[in-house]
Design a protein. Sequence first.
Lengths: 249, 385
Amino acid sequence: MMKGETPKPSAVTEANRMSPDDGILVRVDNVDKTFHRGSEEIHVLSGLSLEVPGGDFLALMGPSGSGKTTLLNLIGGLDRVTRGSVSVGGERIDQMSNRQLAAWRARHVGFVFQFYNLLPVLTAERNVELPLLLTPLSKAERRKHVETALDVVNLSHRSRHHPRTLSGGEQQRVGIARAIVTDPTLLLCDEPTGDLDRKSGDEVLHLLQALNREHGKTIIMVTHDPHASARAKRTVYLDKGQLSTEKPE
Amino acid sequence: MRFLVLVWNNLKRKKLRTSLTLLSIFVAFVLFGLLCSIREAFMAGVSMAGADRLVVRHKVSLIMNLPVTYGPRMERIPGVESAVHWTWFNAIYQDEPKNFFGSFPVNPEPFLAMHSEYLLPEDQKQAWLKTRTGAIVGRTLTQRFGWKIGDRVPLTSPIWPRKGDQAWEFEIVGIYDGAQKGTDTSGFFFRYDYFDEARARGEGTVGWYFVRVTDVNRVAEVANAIDAEFANSPYETKTEPEGAFAQGFIQQMGNFTTILIGILSAVFFTILLVAGNTMAQAVRERTGELGVLKAVGFSNGLVLALVLAESCLITAVGGLAGLGAAWLFAARGSPIPAILPVFYLPTENVILGVGLVFALGLVAGILPALQAMRLQIAVALRKTD
């Protein structure tokens, strides 16, 4: 699904026309991403293209500073491309307004972060409930969804606990529950085991695998850890702004 | 309402900082409430002044008296309906200077006819007319000294000694109430005939006159006519509307409203900095969390609204508690009835206070809220790494 060469403009247009019916959920087409640091321009991604079919579990590896998180942010609508296009489920998210993008994220994407990013002032269940506050669900319906999500990550018994009283693994499972509570199409995980010991990391990876296999979630996971990438269905490597199926030297 | 838990929990994050901010807002609004009550106390005479009433006093000074014969002469001037005289008696109860209160010898019937803002039951009015040493007392004053109808009250006056240096003795025959909330009910009125006959000096003089005009549109014209009537006499007059008279009386102490606005502006500016700093710190500390909220789908507008809601909530809790405390304090009555006989927090000031509470919340929160709104998600999330 990954394209080795830079597509021609006509290919970009073709990508725009593609619907998710062709099985491709995520289509990154000829994307450039440049950051500015003072007068200096930093090209993080150059003409990068990637296709991820629905139901895939993709591990994205690469050295620090290679642009993994930047790519993940572009796919999740957290950042904007400098050039090129990003389509998810047939929708051109690079053309959406900030408001549309926020609503799209709430409906279609779940994020899992390396440092869990739970709100310390809220209990586990309140953290999980956060994305549901944006939906028209009633309080009772929200509670039911939260219970289900916490049940999936096997943390129902810790629902009233604040993050500081949970272990790292438990906090990450709460983070995963928050990511899946709206039943999104796509899960984007940025180093989900990066802050965990091996045992907790394995639990989280096992959970992600189950979500992929049993619940059909499409997962893109950024990781440095070969042990984690081994749990994915496939792995791509990002180096110097380019993707490859081969591990760089 | 569904976001209230989030907003409320954010306020509990730094309990000490939030408590100190709440306390400073609370104190500011207590001060606001009390200063408004004090202002109302000073301005009650102005706001309660009758539009159709003039005050006639000695041209040189209020402390100089006028002849009692001026009353009938004024009533003959076209446009004058009636003229009623008052005299400052300066009564002191039990020889204690702190037991000082407003007291005035008047002619009962014309006085009650002129001042319909004082409500006196008919039987008590009749008792006053029959009793030469009778006095009617405002409800607030009876509460201050525990007086009741039938009590005999000895008073002294440093201005008006009684013949033979005896104490003045009065019998309380009536208790009057105010027709409106701001009406002063701390006064003590007794009969002029008793006063004039028994005083050691100054017979035949009065302090000033209240004059009712027949046509409120002719107030200025009538005032000029009165002053012209007594021009070039030993007792020249200065006539002005009752409201202007009351205002001039207050301004002897300075422009109270300007002083009040000055103090409150300084207080609210300081509180604005305190609340604004609290919110700015709160947003800075939560950059990563705000990024997470945006990542899960909170729009920029919603994040802006949440920060403003937090700012308004903190000012609402502190400010409304402060206003409530000031209202309760004022409702207990004047702490210094001799100086501030009318003491309450007017409803319009409460409404103004509530408006200020939310204005303060919005102004204190707007910059941090805009900062939170403009936060780029990817940048914000890096702050947690």
